[in-house]
Design a protein around this ligand. Structure first.
Ligand code: HPA
Ligand code: MG
Length: 211
């Protein structure tokens, strides 16, 4: 395992792609500035991540634990690409730490099964984005209490932010600048999850979707 998990790195001055270059959800046309990570690139990167996960964790019953709601697309695509030669079960947990685009600093567990099913399993936590990293740190310590054989985390995106607690997941799709992104299941107050691409929202249009 590399000390620093490799990822595609989007630079701070990454311009993104014009929305007109892709098919998009028309009702969001005015609300988005740029396509930041196109869906096809997410697919290609996820295919490789699934292979890396299987190489490191595939020797034993794997439980893929999805952090809802933002993780659902990444979770499904990661699973679709996984090796089918070992038993894998899935579980779902729901946490909430955001209101508008600010972390409230407090993490609430809203749903989830009995975590004792994770004991002695190889557990892969799957989430959409690691921002401050506090959510994942909290969830990791929660899972570890149930004595899994191994626990690792996969995050589609990692944000470069000064607010970070310097936690980095074991598997990272893309490292992005400190911008608020939506799409591919990431939301702004529950909107934009239905977008295929990861996009940057237009600042002036945020008010329309304020909680
Ligand atoms: N977008 C959506 N949800 C998030 C983000 C983001 O940039 N950061 C943390 N949760
Ligand atoms: Mg969210």
């Amino acid at each position: 395992m590399a000390a620093h998990s490799p990822s595609v790195v989007n630079s701070n001055d990454e311009p993104g792609y014009d929305l007109d270059l892709f098919c998009k959800t028309n009702h969001y046309a005015e609300d988005l500035q740029k396509v930041f990570v196109p869906h096809g690139l997410i697919m290609d990167r996820t295919e490789r991540l699934a292979r890396d996960v299987m190489k490191e964790m595939g020797g034993h019953h794997l439980v893929a634990l999805c952090v809802l709601k933002g993780g659902y697309k990444f979770f499904a695509d990661l699973n679709r690409n996984s090796d089918k030669s070992i038993p894998m079960t899935v579980d779902f947990i729901r946490l909430k730490s955001y209101c508008n685009d600010q972390s409230t600093g407090e993490i609430k567990v809203i749903g989830g099964d009995d975590l004792s099913t994770l004991t002695e399993k190889n557990v892969l936590i799957v989430e959409d984005i690691t921002d401050t990293g506090k959510t994942m740190q909290t969830l990791l310590s929660l899972v570890k209490k149930h004595k899994p054989k191994m626990v690792k985390a996969a995050s589609l995106l990692v944000k470069r932010t000064p607010r970070s607690v310097r936690y980095r997941p074991d598997f990272v799709g893309f490292e992005i600048p400190d911008k608020f992104v939506v799409g591919y299941a990431l939301d702004y107050n529950e909107y934009f999850r239905d977008l295929n691409h990861v996009c940057v929202i237009t600042e002036t249009r945020k008010a329309k979707y304020k909680a």
